[in-house]
Ligand binder design. Structure first.
Ligand SMILES: [Zn+2]
Length: 462
């Protein structure tokens, strides 16, 4: 039977198996024996392997960190990366979060689109190819991860045990295809301050929630002289920059609050940074302690979001460097600023070296918290061309072009992988939101696209 026919005929089974996985609440939890990410995730992994066995695949469980279902023969491995962990359901649901109810052509529930629906679409894609009698010259593995939402330790474990796959994709992203992701650096810059704690001075500053979100709030505490106030200045600044501010006096302690607008760390230029504006305002005050921090901050960051003041601004054909200030906190002898920097993706691994060199030159104290290597495959590379062809042929969409992003997908967790569906162009993104769903007809189409990709990647000699 042709793979398309097999997938169409198995629509009800596909729905049933998505439901089997969605009904298991697989949120990260306390480790248990052979379940390093908790019982829920462990149960979901077991169920995915059960489904894989029912479909006739060989399976292997890597100590509960990851597992895979496999078909085909040969030395090389085609990998399809999916994950079974989900983010907590959160608030606001109309539907049962783990009910997996089918309504109006959709399956509802946490994980339906991220990433259990795609996992089942991939399994049936592989099955449809195997039963069609096409001979696979490479082994094809549907690899089940269990820790994508928290840090992809699952894939670190897989790579340690099995190495990187030779080629493949992850249905944990968007169609038509993501062929580049910017390198991401996250860490904390410390600005020391040797000023005297003599009034007026900056006693405290705090703001933001995470390095990868533009801070939408900032609070500064000033110690003042009796009778002194900067309230008028503050109000004028807020008015000039159209910001919501609040000035509160508790005797000689003055508390300044500022609201900005958040945006994702990959698009800091779309937000209004409350921290940077607070610091910008503080430049106008005759502070003792705190003024060194303010001066250095304005010299190296200021209100920019492109790294230009640090001398690291860069652009390539796919976009520019982004520099996001996400947090600020008070330290013993200074202030620490949490940042998220995304380099143009064609710089790949050079990004880290360039960044470190720039900081060194400016004498900036930086502690790295996370580094995610970028990925990039040119539009005319074999994998990009192959996957794009499969997408176009199965959907009839010949206009869609592969694209690049500043954010990160599961594809970064292993070499030779690109993000390939299964959110279709123009479709609502429901991942991590309440009333998450997957459209059944999209699930079927995606499964056919993945079947075509398996045929292309596992039968050619390239
Ligand atoms: Zn995901």
């Amino acid at each position: 039977m042709h793979y398309r026919e097999y997938i169409d005929k198995n629509k009800e089974n596909i729905i049933r198996d998505v439901q089997r996985l969605v009904r298991i609440k697989s949120v990260d939890d306390t480790p248990a024996e052979t379940m390093p990410f908790g019982k829920g995730i462990g149960k979901a992994l077991k169920e995915a392997l059960q489904i894989s066995s029912e479909l006739g695949f060989d399976t292997c469980n890597l100590d509960g960190y990851a597992a895979y279902a496999e078909a085909g023969e040969g030395e090389e491995v085609v990998g399809i990366l999916v994950h079974l962990d989900v983010v907590p359901e959160g608030e606001g649901w109309q539907m049962e979060p783990y009910g997996a109810k089918v309504k109006d052509g959709k399956i509802y529930g946490r994980g339906t689109s991220d990433d259990k629906g795609p996992a089942v679409a991939a399994l049936y894609a592989l099955k449809s190819v195997v039963q069609s009698g096409i001979k696979l010259k490479r082994r094809v593995r549907v690899i089940f991860g269990t820790n994508e939402e928290i840090g992809s330790k699952c894939m670190e474990y897989y790579i340690k045990q099995c190495g990187h796959v030779d080629v493949g994709f992850t249905p944990d992203a968007n169609f038509p295809l993501i062929h580049g992701e910017k390198p991401i650096l996250q860490g904390e810059i410390t600005f020391a301050d040797c000023g005297e704690k003599r009034v007026p001075y900056l006693a405290e500053i705090a703001g933001g929630k995470a390095a990868n979100m533009v801070a939408d709030d900032c609070r500064a505490v000033l110690q003042m002289q009796e009778g002194q106030s900067f309230e008028e200045k503050f109000n004028a600044y807020c008015k000039k920059h159209v910001l919501k501010g609040f000035y509160q006096k508790e005797e000689t302690k003055h508390i300044l609050s500022l609201s900005g607008a958040s945006s994702h760390g990959s698009r800091p230029e779309e937000g209004v940074n409350a921290i940077s504006h607070m610091v910008d305002f503080l430049t106008a005050l005759p502070l003792h302690y705190g003024s060194e921090f303010v001066k250095k901050y304005m010299e190296t960051i200021g209100l920019t979001t492109d790294g230009s003041k640090l001398g690291i601004a860069a652009t390539d054909a796919f976009g520019s460097l982004t520099f996001c200030v996400g947090t600020v906190r008070t330290k013993k002898d200074g202030f620490a600023v949490g940042i998220d920097v995304r380099y143009p993706l064609t710089l790949k691994d050079q990004a880290r070296e360039l960044f470190d060199a720039a900081l060194k030159e400016k004498g900036i104290v930086y502690e790295e918290k996370a580094y995610k290597a970028g990925l990039y495959m040119p539009v005319d590379s074999k994998l990009v061309k192959t996957l794009m062809k499969c997408y176009s042929e199965e959907t009839g969409d010949r206009k869609a072009k592969p694209f690049t992003i500043g954010g990160g997908t599961y594809a970064r967790s292993m070499k030779n992988i690109l993000g390939f569906g299964m959110v279709f162009p123009g479709e609502e993104e429901v991942m991590h939101k309440h009333d998450e769903y997957v459209k059944i007809d999209r699930l079927i189409t995606a499964s056919k696209i993945y079947a075509a990709a398996i045929v292309a990647l596992a039968t050619n000699e390239g």
